[in-house]
Design a protein around this ligand. Structure first.
Ligand code: FAD
Length: 304
C-alpha cells in the first residue's frame, strides 16, 4: 500500500504543465484530487515517476455563467462544489444530484469533475449526466492548442477517452436548457443502484425530460453508466417517448429498451442478466421521476 517513489511538481500555469509533460513524457501523470490516481499508485497499478499537481493552475478553477447562459465548470471543480454551488444547482441540477451520490464526504471534498472524466471509470457517475445534458469537454494541448469535444464523442471504453496523452481537460460546458422560448419545463433525475451508499454504481441512469405546454414530452434524453465499458445514450428509449404523452404504460414499455444494442457487462459483482434488469427498472423509475419533476419544477432537494 505504499506507492513507488516519484518526483512532485506543482506548476501554476498551463504553459508550465505542458513544459513538464513534454519533458517527462509518459513517465509523468497529472494529479487533481488524487482519489483515483493515488489508490492506483498505492496498489502499484500506476507507477508514475513524476506527478504534476494541477491544484494551483488557476485557469482550471472556477464556475462561470457565460453571456449565452452556458455554464462553465473548471476542471478542478470538486464534487462538493458541484453539489453545493448555487449557479450549478440552478442551471444544472442534474449534475448536482449526481455529485451528491459520489463516494463519501472525503471523496467529494477532494475529487474533481475533470479528474473523474479523464479517468473514465465505466461505473463513474458523471458521464451519463454529461451525455443527458449534451455537455462539452474543453481540452487544451501543447502550444496553445484548444478544442471542444461533445460528451457524446468523449467516452470510448473503460478508462479510454478522446483525450490525448499530452492534453489537459480545462473545463466542462453545460449549454442552457433548450426550448425556453416554447415554454418547455425540464425535469431531471439521476438514479443509481450500488451495493451500499458511497459505492460505485452497478447501474446509474440519468434522465432529462422536457414537458411542453400541452403536456407532451417534447425532448427526452436518457443515458446510462455502469452497464457496459462506457456511458451511452439509450436512443431506443428516447425515440419511443419523444413527442408523446408519457403515460405510465408508455414509460414502462420504452424503458424495456434501455440496453438495446448494448453488450451488458457481467462481473464478480453481478451477472449481465441482472445488470440488464436493473438498467430497465432504473430507467423506468428515473423517467417517471424526471417527468413528474418537469411538472412540479422540484428538481433538487436541499444541498447535503
Ligand atoms: P485524480 O485521481 O487526481 O486523477 C485521475 C486521473 O485523471 C489521472 O489519470 C489523472 O492524470 C487524470 N486527470 C486528472 N485531472 C485531469 C485533467 N484536468 N486533465 C486531464 N487528465 C486529468 N466516483 C464516482 O463517480 N462515484 C462514486 O461513487 C465514487 N466513489 C468513490 C469512493 C472512493 C472510496 C474513492 C476513493 C473514489 C470514488 N470515486 C467515485 C472516484 C472519485 O470520484 C474520484 O475523485 C474521481 O474518479 C477522480 O477525480 P480526481 O480529481 O480525484 O482525479
Amino acid at each position: 500500500m505504499i506507492p513507488s517513489a516519484f518526483a512532485y511538481h506543482r506548476p501554476e500555469t498551463l504553459e508550465d504543465v505542458f513544459e513538464l509533460l513534454s519533458r517527462h513524457g509518459d513517465r509523468a501523470k497529472l494529479l487533481a484530487g488524487g482519489h483515483s490516481l493515488l489508490p492506483a499508485m498505492k496498489l502499484r497499478l500506476a507507477q508514475p515517476e513524476v506527478l504534476i499537481d494541477l491544484g494551483r493552475v488557476r485557469e482550471l478553477a472556477g464556475v462561470a455563467v457565460e453571456p449565452d447562459g452556458t455554464l462553465r465548470l473548471g476542471a478542478l471543480t470538486t464534487h462538493h462544489q458541484v453539489l453545493t454551488d448555487p449557479a450549478i444547482r440552478q442551471r444544472a441540477p442534474l449534475l448536482s444530484e449526481v455529485a451528491g451520490v459520489i463516494g463519501d464526504m472525503q471523496v467529494r471534498y477532494r475529487g474533481t469533475l475533470g479528474g473523474s472524466i479523464a479517468h473514465a471509470d465505466p461505473a463513474a457517475d458523471y458521464p451519463a449526466a454529461l451525455l443527458a445534458l449534451e455537455a462539452e469537454i474543453e481540452v487544451a494541448g501543447p502550444g496553445g492548442a484548444r478544442r471542444t469535444v461533445p460528451a457524446g464523442e468523449f467516452f470510448f471504453g473503460p478508462f479510454i477517452t478522446a483525450l490525448q496523452a499530452d492534453e489537459v481537460i480545462t473545463a466542462v460546458r453545460i449549454p442552457p436548457a433548450a426550448g425556453a422560448e416554447q415554454g418547455w419545463r425540464w425535469g431531471y433525475r439521476y438514479l443509481k443502484m450500488a451495493r451500499r451508499a458511497s459505492d460505485f454504481a452497478l447501474v446509474g441512469v440519468a434522465a432529462a425530460v422536457a414537458r411542453d405546454a400541452a403536456g407532451v414530452a417534447a425532448a427526452v434524453r436518457v443515458a446510462l453508466n455502469g452497464v457496459t465499458g462506457a456511458a451511452y445514450r439509450a436512443t431506443a428509449v428516447e425515440e419511443r417517448l419523444t413527442g408523446r404523452v408519457p403515460s405510465a404504460e408508455r414509460l414502462a414499455e420504452a424503458a424495456a429498451h434501455a440496453v438495446d444494442g448494448v453488450e451488458v457487462d457481467g462481473d464478480a459483482l453481478t451477472s449481465a442478466e441482472y445488470r440488464a434488469h436493473l438498467a430497465r427498472v432504473y430507467t423506468r423509475r428515473a423517467l417517471e421521476e424526471a417527468w413528474q419533476r418537469a411538472g412540479d419544477g422540484a428538481n433538487l432537494a436541499a444541498a447535503g
